[in-house]
Design a protein around this ligand. Structure first.
Ligand code: 13P
Length: 340
């Protein structure tokens, strides 16, 4: 086993004051976001967007690792420098999304299973040779009438655990991402119950597959009421519900928890992460940070709009969100930071 290497990589991803930048949207997801802003949905536009992100001055002050997509890990700056080289030179650890997306789970209407296990060992070796040092796999769980089912939780947890074991065999730190979705009118308490059940199931499967907890990172959802729930929770309620849930289900041997943003407003995501760190730091055995995609990229994408004249404004917006989230990771974020 590559224990020492895995532990060292996981520690460097969780280093003080930093978090992960998720820029691993699949082409269809990236295109959807581009379409909303009238940006051409071409490989060159996606490359230009990723170059803008990766050349943001000072990004590595707040970002320890970046999660790439298969297309992106093979792309380069317009001067020919490979993106992966840019990252390494900046001291940002390169990572790669390795699941191939979700499909309907047979026999379970309304539920999904994440695919990508076939041929995964070979793909992981290729990515490692290219320079990746960690990987990501996302499972999605919906809350609704009679769901999630036990069958959905067990199959998704099993796939996550098989993926994580294969990653560790290849000396890649697995980011284990079971996402309970915000879609629906469920309450905060329902989300807490489901998230806790998901995490217990995932860690039980990780244990069965021999995954080294010290050499992995958990990427969960925050515990939130559904988007359509009439009662929306306050920042501190979300922080308390989320950390209480993690304390019950996440082993202390896991070095870090890095949240997904899941469609939350960018400033709220920072405020909620901040409240968790400010209120609970002394009680938590793991570090709590961010691994946001939308909540870190969207303000910058809105500023860019696909036009080169907006490049600097977009980089400024990205730097600002990275800084706010870095402060939140320390429990030192203040709403005043958002004022122009
Ligand atoms: P969001 O922060 O936009 O939820 O994305 C995180 C991610 O990596 C999804 O897989």
């Amino acid at each position: 086993m590559n224990e020492q290497q895995l532990i060292a990589t996981a520690r460097s991803l969780m280093q003080a004051g930093k978090g992960l930048l998720a820029m691993d949207e699949s082409n269809p997801t990236c295109n959807k976001r581009f379409a909303k802003l009238g940006i051409p949905q071409t490989e060159e536009a996606r490359r230009a967007w990723r170059e803008l992100i990766l050349t943001t001055p000072g990004l590595s002050e707040f970002i320890s690792g970046a999660i790439l997509y298969d297309e992106t890990i093979r792309q380069s700056k317009n001067d020919g420098t490979a993106f992966i080289k840019l990252l390494m030179e900046a001291g940002i650890v390169p990572g790669i999304k390795v699941d191939t997306g979700t499909k309907d789970l047979a026999g379970h209407p309304g539920e999904k299973i994440t695919e990508g296990l076939d041929g995964l060992r070979e793909r992981l070796s290729e990515y490692r040779e290219m320079g990746a040092r960690f990987a990501k796999w996302r499972a999605v769980i919906s809350i609704g009438e009679g769901i999630p089912s036990r069958g959905c939780l067990e199959t998704n947890a099993h796939a996550l655990a098989r993926y994580a074991a294969l990653c560790q065999e290849t000396a890649l730190v697995p980011i284990v991402e079971p996402e309970v979705l915000m879609e629906g009118d469920h309450t905060l308490e329902q989300c807490a119950r489901v998230t806790e059940a998901v995490l217990h199931t995932v860690f039980s499967q990780l244990y069965l597959q021999g995954v080294l907890f010290e050499g992995m990172i958990l990427k969960p959802n925050m515990v939130l009421p559904g988007k359509d729930c009439p009662i929306q929770a306050g920042i501190e309620d979300v922080a308390d519900a989320t950390v209480s849930c993690l304390l019950r289900a996440v082993p202390g041997a896991v070095p870090g928890v890095a949240f997904l943003s899941g469609g939350q407003n960018a400033e709220l995501a920072s405020a909620r992460l901040n409240a968790m760190n400010a209120r609970w730091r002394s009680r938590m055995p793991w570090d709590l940070t961010f691994s946001f995609s939308r909540a870190i990229q969207q303000p910058a994408l809105d500023a860019w709009k696909g036009q080169d004249v907006n490049r600097m404004a977009a980089q400024k917006a990205l730097y600002h969100r990275a800084k706010c989230n870095s402060m939140a990771r320390r429990g030192e974020y203040r709403g005043e930071m958002e004022k122009p």
